[in-house]
Design a protein around this ligand. Structure first.
Ligand code: BYC
Length: 469
């Protein structure tokens, strides 16, 4: 078990005190991080006490402490899951060898890239969500938003630790650049597409935490398989925090659906906008948008980057060890989608080149589960939500530059233009959703477009004062 130094300037379980140079380097990054948090972190109620959980250990029991804290005083720390004794590489050319505690020189560039891409998404999401606090539908939701924000920022710390500890000067430069790129910045944007899209309202936030955080789950789970043990252990612990973020998304959308159904029944109509609700068609369009931009995050259908990562042992598949194959994938193939002017079809590709697609499949199947749950609620009013076709609204891979309808037809530019407002959130949808966004700050009260949660956080009641306004 690693010992936790919880009182250090930077709480950690990596024995930072024993490495003075590293400690100094991270302590000089800390004020830059805090400046960034003040400048681009949450805007509303930024200095009010929020009932937050703070990571204080990594064991199975009691890894977190819950208390009211003001966010600038949140104790962002560096925590790696405990090492697994005699851990072996589970896949690729080095299968069966001992995992690495230091980075082999030949894999330095690729690993740095993976850590930087992962690290870049974390502060990006905080930037995207910074204006939401002022329009939270309840104190419960406000608290969840800020919980997600402080933990995404801790995930930035997790990647910055790796950059400082294992990548020397280059790593320190990259760590600085993680605070210099900004979501949506025309000159210096975040690396991946979805992280430059605004998150302007709470329906977008719930969809983002359901779909885009779920990309995070699958990417982190793949990196947890890494032969580079510190990366694996870091991701392992991040996944623990990540589970709550997806809970926020799944229950958030679920509560909106619940309220939509209540209003439809109460007023006996699909058109619940006059009654302050979000109609099913609008929910579907928001879902279409967030699902499709999240699909792009998995990269192209075939990727030599992904194949190289796998062969080298840097990034595995989701639940690599539970898969029933040789874990080398040199001689096997799979079908991947391909689009030509003739239509949408499939082609055979070596499995090792198609790993992005394999992970995207896993993501799609996992995404479907929440939709099924929401549909059980919608059944009462004879409606349902569906995930759009894989090719809909895509900007990366074979579907990029093609027009595909949500039901999977290749359509003309004219048909696209005529239909896009019924497939993706229209300006009128966004206006309506925006009009519903008014902050509700009385304990236990909810905005009218969303049902209350079934239970509170950490055994507290729903009407607990989660944020002391
Ligand atoms: N936008 O060979 P390909 C999370 C680039 S989310 C822009 O398919 P590869 C979180 C690509 O970089 C998880 N560019 O790429 C969630 C490549 O560029 P180069 C974040 C894109 O490398 C919510 C080129 O296109 N973690 O944690 O196989 C809140 C060719 O593409 C995009 C990771 O992503 C895009 N969407 O796959 C907070 C894990 N997609 O090399 C946090 C680490 C591709 O030609 N990243 N490109 O210049 C990876 O494993 C891979 O980099 C990717 C891309 C899966 C992202």
């Amino acid at each position: 078990m690693s010992t936790v130094d919880i009182d250090a300037k930077i709480p950690n379980n990596v024995d930072l005190a024993a490495d003075r140079r590293l400690q100094r380097a991270l302590e000089s990054w800390q004020p830059k991080f805090l400046d960034w948090w003040r400048e681009l972190g949450p805007v509303a109620y930024r200095d009010r006490p929020v009932y937050l959980r703070t990571a204080i250990a990594v064991g199975k029991e009691g890894w977190a402490n819950f208390d009211h804290v003001t966010m600038p005083d949140y104790r962002w720390g560096i925590f790696l899951a405990d090492p697994e004794p005699d851990r072996r590489i589970a896949f690729g050319d080095h299968q069966g060898e001992a995992v690495w505690q230091e980075i082999p020189g030949e894999h330095r560039g690729e690993l740095r890239r993976l850590v930087v891409v992962q690290g870049d998404t974390e502060p990006a999401s905080v930037e995207q969500q910074r204006h939401l606090g002022g329009t939270a539908p309840s104190l419960y939701d406000l608290r969840n938003l800020y919980q997600v924000n402080v933990e995404e920022a801790r995930h930035l710390w997790a990647m910055v630790y790796l950059l400082h500890r294992y990548f020397g000067r280059d790593g320190r430069d990259e760590a600085d650049e993680l605070l210099e790129r900004h979501s949506g910045d025309a000159d210096n944007p975040r690396i991946l597409g979805a992280f430059n899209e605004p998150t302007p309202d709470w329906l977008s936030f719930f969809m983002f935490t359901y779909f885009t955080d779920r990309d995070g789950k699958f990417q982190l789970a793949s990196l947890r398989e890494s032969a580079f043990d510190p990366l694996s252990r870091t991701c392992d612990f991040m996944l623990k925090e990540e589970a709550h973020h997806m809970f926020v998304g799944a229950t958030g959308v679920g509560r909106v659906v619940q309220r939509t159904v209540e209003l439809m029944k109460e007023h006996d109509t699909d058109d619940i906008r006059p009654f302050g609700g979000i109609d099913v068609d609008t929910l579907q369009r928001y879902l279409n948008f967030h699902y499709s931009v999240s699909l792009d995050l998995f990269g192209a259908e075939t990727s030599t980057n992904a194949a190289n990562y796998f062969a080298a042992g840097l990034k595995g598949r989701y639940k690599e060890e539970q898969r029933d194959d040789d874990h080398r994938l040199r001689d096997t193939t799979r079908l991947v989608p391909v689009v030509t002017d003739e239509g949408i079809g499939e082609r055979e590709a070596p499995q090792v080149l198609a790993l992005n697609e394999t992970l995207r499949d896993d993501f799609a199947a996992d995404s479907q589960k929440g939709v099924d749950r929401w549909n059980r609620t919608l059944e009462e009013v004879g409606r349902r939500l569906t995930l759009p076709h894989l090719g809909f609204n895509r900007a990366v891979g074979t579907f990029a530059g093609r027009r595909v309808s949500p039901d999977g037809r290749l359509v003309s530019e004219d048909e696209w233009a005529a239909s896009v407002d019924s497939w993706l959130p229209s300006p009128a949808d966004r206006d309506h959703v925006t009009s519903l966004m008014v902050g509700v700050v009385e304990p236990g009260k909810m905005a009218g477009w969303v049902a209350p949660p079934a239970t509170g956080i950490h055994a507290k009641p729903v009407n607990f004062e989660y944020v002391k306004i």
